[in-house]
Design a protein around this ligand. Structure first.
Ligand code: WT7
Length: 654
């Protein structure tokens, strides 16, 4: 048993706990016991309580075809109606979305306005573009309210949206459009970043060159810069929306009808289209909003993510709106005009729950250590983090300077595939420890298992973060690839002989049973909280005509969490004429194939790669070299052991 460092414990704020939905660990345990004793009873109860059914479900869960699981069969509902219509009686004039643009422009959208905007948008898609239930619609948008309208409009008419993050390149967008076989793209001319316009529509134009399944493109005019319009294909949202009716009957959807696809990186090959379905997803989005952020009727909640990632889906749009909360949407970057921007916004909107990523906290800490003190942050009650393990110094600053040592920090652990949080503190109940995701959220059977035996690991032992029973918001499939779905998530760990969901992350328990996530066990790296498959980056680099071989690994990075380190073997053995130029050329290819987020932080031109005699690249060795660690593995069985020292020397002399 390895010794684990003892972390300090911070008890929940007593005043806060008094009115929290889950007030103490006894209440937490009661819920977890209820789920353990009668799993279907537990979920059936909440599905009835939390959702408005057009027709009630007849069966809570069918796992007879595991891992293909169905939830709430027989039930009929519409997710956009969950998020909008059902609030109109009591909240029609409540702010649903508070938008702040990069340049400080503001917009408050009430639930009634949201209803009109989404209905008009839905009618536009249905009547002008012929979008029908089950059609795929790709959304490539900046962070403006129209992005949320687009999602909800798709949900309203039963179309399956697939959002592609605005930082992805034309090539990456094209791949996702083709894989999803989308017939419509919704985009914007562009938006603003750091007071300057940037463009999205030209990326869409490039992605649609040549053969494409896309017939129509809807363009929201946000920055009014010049763009190209293709006649018969491209239409202005601002024009078409004017004449749309403000009522659109929501499509009656089955619980298991798909709601959206979201592409994410895996350890091998191309990104996979993670599929989420209607009822289970929206149920857990709402329940976790209520339990983990404890948002109250008059609260203002802000999640700084982008709708291009799952965090934006569940915790900017679907979760907050399903519970009838006020959600803040921000177009800009947190450090512009200075690193006090988020705190200025917290003061101005009296934000009560603030949710961001460790990478943003590190940047805000580094660039604006004393900024929080300049603002009145007393409205804050809950602070959240997500996306990667948070490091203790960042946690401390967040807790003390932003939260004034009185706010709970919820270190929420989850993934694109889990739909919502699976391991997280509850702000009124869980005594928190820095940088620790703590316990499973009630209802989720999350366990750290030994991959060999399938047994729960003991305190201090490392194991695999698994979920041993299906849950409502779990991934329903990888779009168009059943085999990949089964292999990616249910292949590695078995408990009692049966495959269980494996997240891809390593984790451990401490002596109090607290779960700490230690990071990916596969070839996925986490760059600024964004998942990047090493295989994807390698495939891009290989497109350079002079590259013979490449291996990409993650390396700890001060701000990004992990950076990308590439070992490149060139075809010509003449060496590199101009290293700087070569690095630039390779990064340009990465920019074109994936986007700026995948640009390498380090690159060395190696004489070869450490491989086993069967030709397998020893990435573990490369990871150690990148970190500057001494090599502890046995390298005598390598095809060419001398390569290790050569690469080590190159990296050291860099
Ligand atoms: C991966 C999922 C979940 C929304 C954003 C990212 C890492 C996520 C934590 C956390 C440590 C975390 C894991 C996970 N991760 N949250 N609180 N502590 N690691 O979604 O792109 O699907 O990435 O992010 O490695 O597998 P994603």
């Amino acid at each position: 048993m390895s010794a684990i460092e003892k972390k300090p414990v911070f008890k929940p704020n007593k005043e806060f706990a008094k009115t929290a939905r889950i007030k103490n660990m006894c209440e937490y345990q009661d819920l977890q016991d209820e789920a353990t004793e009668d799993y279907e009873g537990f979920w059936g109860r909440f599905a009835k309580e939390k959702l408005d059914w057009i027709e009630p479900f007849t069966n809570v869960m069918d796992e007879s075809k595991f891992p293909f699981v169905k939830w709430f069969e027989g039930g009929k509902l519409n997710v956009s109606a969950q998020c909008i219509d059902r609030h109109l009686d009591t909240r029609k004039n409540k702010a649903a979305i508070i938008f702040e643009g990069d340049r400080g422009d503001k917009q408050i959208v009430t639930y009634l306005e949201l209803y009109y905007n989404v209905n008009r948008f839905a009618n536009l898609l249905k009547n002008e573009f012929g979008v029908k239930k089950g059609d795929r619609v790709v959304i490539y948008m900046p962070m403006i309210p129209e992005a949320a309208y687009a999602m909800l409009a798709c949900a309203r008419i039963g179309a399956i949206h697939s959002i592609v993050f605005g930082g992805f390149s034309a090539e990456a967008l094209k791949d996702r459009i083709e894989d999803a076989d989308a017939k419509v793209v919704i985009t914007a001319d562009g938006a603003y970043r750091k007071d300057k316009p940037y463009m999205l529509k030209p990326v869409v134009d490039a992605a649609l060159e040549g053969d494409t399944p896309v017939k129509k493109v809807l363009v929201v005019e946000r920055n009014n810069e010049d763009i190209t319009w293709v006649a018969g294909r491209d239409y202005s949202y601002n024009e078409l929306i004017k004449s749309q009716e403000v009522h659109c009957e929501p499509e009656v959807m089955d619980s298991e009808d798909p709601l959206f696809l979201l592409y994410t990186s895996g350890s091998t090959g191309k990104p996979k289209g993670v599929q989420h379905n209607s009822a289970g997803y929206i149920l857990w989005a709402q329940m976790t909003m209520e339990w983990v952020f404890d948002v109250k009727e008059n609260d203002t909640y802000w999640c700084t993510a982008d709708v291009g990632w799952i965090t934006g889906h569940t915790y900017i749009v679907y979760g907050p709106l399903a519970m009838g909360a006020t959600t803040v949407m921000f177009e800009g970057v947190p450090t512009y005009p200075d690193a006090g921007r988020p705190w200025k916004m917290v003061e101005e909107y009296k934000i009560n729950q603030f949710y961001t990523a460790p990478t943003a906290i590190r940047v805000l800490h580094k660039m604006g250590e004393n900024e929080p003190a300049k603002y009145d942050l007393s409205s804050l009650k809950v602070l959240g983090t997500v996306g990667e393990p948070i490091d203790p110094p960042a946690w401390k600053w967040y807790y003390e300077e932003v939260g004034n040592s009185k706010c709970a920090i919820v270190d929420t652990y989850w993934q694109t595939e889990t739909g919502g949080h699976i391991v997280s503190p509850l702000p009124g109940a869980t005594p928190i420890k820095p940088a620790c995701a703590t316990f499973p959220v009630p209802g989720i059977m999350a366990e750290v298992l030994d991959p060999e035996t399938g047994e729960k690991v003991g305190a201090g032992e490392s194991g695999y973060m698994c979920v041993t029973r299906p849950w409502p918001s779990m991934i329903r499939g990888v779009w168009g690839d059943e085999e990949r779905f089964v292999k990616s998530y249910f292949g590695d760990v078995k408990k009692d002989g049966k495959p269980v969901y494996f997240t891809g992350d390593g984790a451990n328990y401490d002596e109090d049973g607290y779960i700490t996530i230690t990071g990916r066990t596969d070839d996925v790296i986490n760059v600024s909280g964004h998942r990047m498959g090493t295989a994807e980056v390698e495939a891009a680099i290989k497109k350079h005509s002079n590259v013979a071989e490449v291996a990409v690994v993650g390396k700890p990075h001060e701000l990004k969490g992990e950076g990308i380190f590439a070992y490149v073997v060139l075809k010509s053995d003449k060496g590199v004429a101009d290293e700087v130029e070569e690095v630039k050329a390779i990064n340009n290819i990465i920019k074109k194939e994936i986007g700026n987020i995948a640009i390498c932080d380090d690159m060395v031109f190696a004489p070869g790669l450490p491989k086993t005699r069967s030709g397998k690249i020893m990435r573990r060795i490369l990871r150690s070299i990148a970190k500057g660690e001494s090599i502890t593995q046995d390298i005598s069985t390598l095809e060419d052991p001398s390569i290790v020292e050569k690469i080590e020397n190159m990296v050291k002399s860099k």
